[in-house]
Write a protein that binds this ligand. Structure first.
Ligand code: TYC
Length: 101
């Protein structure tokens, strides 16, 4: 019987697993009222009035604006909620998602 105690000399360092992040992107269109876009940004993305206005105006001027970055399922849910809020009012407001580099 071998009763020698062996103390391991190496430590197992677990790699921190971070979920891949996805951008939610707001696309411009010609029909959705500016104020409505701001309202949706405040409600769905918890932005204050100032942040929401800046994001809306960036999308308006440059055709698209990154709204926020989340784990994949949250990004997709929020994009769907924002798009659906516009659709419910008959507007073509659209949010999409894409993986962050
Ligand atoms: N371009 C729209 C207008 O002039 C406003 C708007 C801004 C719509 C941003 C969508 O993502 C958007 N009424």
């Amino acid at each position: 019987m071998n009763s020698t105690l062996v103390t391991p000399r190496t430590k197992v360092r677990l790699k921190t697993q971070r979920p891949p992040l996805y951008k939610v992107i707001l696309l411009n269109d010609d029909y959705t009222p500016r104020e409505f876009v701001v309202t949706v940004l405040k409600a769905v993305f918890r932005m204050n009035a100032d942040q929401a206005y800046r994001v809306m105006m960036t999308a308006h001027r440059r055709d698209a604006c990154v709204v926020a970055v989340y784990a994949k399922d949250i990004a997709e849910t929020k994009a769907k909620e924002g798009t659906e809020a516009g659709r419910a009012k008959g507007y073509p407001l659209f949010f999409t998602t894409e993986p962050e580099e």
